[in-house]
Design a protein around this ligand. Sequence first.
Ligand SMILES: NC(=O)c1ccc[n+]([C@@H]2O[C@H](COP(=O)([O-])OP(=O)(O)OC[C@H]3O[C@@H](n4cnc5c(N)ncnc54)[C@H](OP(=O)(O)O)[C@@H]3O)[C@@H](O)[C@H]2O)c1
Length: 309
Amino acid sequence: MGDDAHHVVAGALSMGVDQRPARLLILGATQGVGQALIAELSKPQWAKDLEVHAVSRQVHTAPARHIIPHQHDLDCGPIAVQADGLISLGPIRYALDHLRSRPPNDPMGAAWALSSASTDFKQDSPDDHERELMASILEDEQSLIATCQARGIVHQLYKTTLLYGGADRNINRVAALIDRLRWVPVIGRGLRSPVHVEDVAQLIITQWDSWRNRNELMSGTWRLQGGNALTYPEFLSAIAQGHGLPLRRVRLPLGVVRLALALAHRVGRLTDIKASMLSRQRQDLVVDDQSARAQLGWRPRRFSPTRDR
Ligand SMILES: NC(=O)c1ccc[n+]([C@@H]2O[C@H](COP(=O)([O-])OP(=O)(O)OC[C@H]3O[C@@H](n4cnc5c(N)ncnc54)[C@H](OP(=O)(O)O)[C@@H]3O)[C@@H](O)[C@H]2O)c1
């Protein structure tokens, strides 16, 4: 699926008469990309010109004085922080709520939002819940774009494949499963191309820098995948190897594994694995990220997971 049309926008960053540091608001600061962003933006070179407001429901300490943590439940309403740029790394509806809550003279000039490429793969899922979730993500994306356009906010939406790195719940979950099972059933050879959270964080920083220092930013939607694509069995092997785990792959027909999973569910086992995940092993969950490479300089690393990262 192709990415949307983009155009270069000279989105001026209003600094105000007092030349205060630029203010960035990060929603979803404890998400993997958020952790990577904060680690980078905590470095001394950012301290003079930048103030980062990092929001999550958890109590978190600031690694530097110019990083200001906010413990705030966005389900209770948006946070009253005036910022020049918004980075949304949690559910998009919180970014929407924030933008809609701001007065017309708000300085917000640019927004970056992380979303999922799963909408390309799961729109027609046999699982009702998955289909509803995909429809709601697409609706939120469209509302965010429309709101940014209406308010003259330059916006970039990144739809990524599976994210990993830091304390991720994806690759670490597969590693835990490999560790738990004596043999891992393999049903298909669909392609996977996971994206490291630090690569997305770096992309956002580069784009922020371009907007802040050159007043240049392209509005649009880009799909992002990792530096290489692996078949599902190769993906399992890379995870096992990276985590130092023995792996015994057993190729089985879908029907047999479905039956075994249904029996396991009946006795309350493997409940975190859904039947729809099994058939998806045959599906290619990769995207075309040529637009991001050509227009944004997207250069993701190859997949090489380790126990800590
Ligand atoms: N996970 C992936 O592999 C993946 C892949 C592609 C795209 N994405 C996209 O990445 C985004 C994040 O997805 P995710 O699955 O990683 O995590 P998520 O659970 O959607 O969001 C996690 C972040 O949002 C914050 N958050 C959640 N509810 C909150 C609330 N009520 N108030 C304040 N903060 C709240 C969390 O902070 P606290 O829990 O600390 O409060 C955390 O920092 C989504 O747009 C998703 O589509 C994810």
